[in-house]
Design a protein around this ligand. Structure first.
Ligand code: PXL
Length: 275
């Protein structure tokens, strides 16, 4: 029977990020994807000049109560872009609506390139760190990793011991496995460090010639889906990175706001065929 994952993140109506990425990709992995929208935006906040924003915190307690009444449970939780006021209700849902052995994937989607996303204040990373306590997998990029630890982001000029210390410190937040994205020791290669608390392993791909919005969401969605299908963390990270790269390569140069991940869905289905 297909496992059921609940993802909690925003609906950006236009922009190919968060829920509009997670729902198709988790489903393509052969995992049932239930959704709890954290907010509805006209479009994402990364590069558009303005957006509407409806915070859905007020709906969460009622939705949880209804799920509890109907004994609806989940085999996994995957959180992404959420609002500061939602940490408590999300922790409550993960505590109360979990099937036995349910996994927690936390993508602390709040920052990139050294800066918090528009609309988050400097206190938000400390709140987001609360979601990392008891998480089975956290998937920060280098900026998010530093901010979760209350540090200034270091985006270049680091070495392997630096990355491995960063992973160890992230485990200190209470996460069992750390998947640190955006790691590069060689300009031509970009990848991730995957740490289970005793060993750090790496996965690299040739660096694509453009950076694109929404790639973190593609990565986290495929990673969560692939782990749910029985892949190891390293294999899931490698598959997620391949799908990100294929998505970037399928994206027209003037398509600036996201990646054409839909073109990589056949590849994803094939790669998970015998999982
Ligand atoms: O891709 C991360 C993301 C998700 N949701 C919203 C965003 C962003 C990044 O900017 O603005 C609303």
């Amino acid at each position: 029977m297909a496992k059921r994952l609940l993802t909690i993140q925003d609906i950006s109506c236009v922009g190919q990020c968060s829920l509009t990425v997670a729902l198709p990709l988790v489903s393509a992995c052969g995992v049932e994807c239930a959704v709890l929208p954290s907010a509805v935006l006209s479009n994402h906040t990364g590069g558009f000049s303005a957006w509407t924003f409806r915070d859905l915190t007020g709906d969460m307690a009622g939705i949880e109560a209804e799920w509890l009444r109907q004994k609806i449970g989940f085999d996994a939780f995957y959180t992404g872009y959420v609002c500061q006021s939602q940490i408590e209700p999300i922790l409550s849902i993960m505590d109360h609506c979990a099937n036995p052995g349910a996994l927690r994937f936390v993508d602390p989607a709040m920052a990139d390139n050294g800066r918090l996303y528009a609309g988050f204040d400097a206190g938000f990373p400390r709140e987001m760190a609360r979601l990392c306590v008891g998480a089975d997998y956290i998937l920060p990029n280098l900026t998010e990793a530093a901010l979760l630890l209350g540090r200034k982001p270091v985006l270049e000029g680091y070495d392997q011991p630096f990355i491995e210390n960063l992973c160890a410190d992230l485990h200190g937040l209470g996460a069992r496995n750390v998947v640190l994205t955006g790691v590069s020791f060689d300009e031509g290669l970009l990848g991730s460090a995957v740490s289970d608390g005793s060993t750090v392993r790496y996965d690299f791909n040739p660096r694509e010639r453009r950076v694109s919005h929404g790639t973190g969401d593609v990565f986290a969605s495929v990673f969560a889906g692939a782990v749910m299908r029985g892949k190891t963390a390293l294999d899931a990270a490698a598959l997620a990175a391949d799908i990100v790269c294929s998505s970037i390569r399928a994206t027209d140069d003037d398509h600036w706001y996201g990646v054409s991940f839909e073109c990589a869905m056949p590849e994803l289905a094939v790669r998970l065929q015998d999982a």
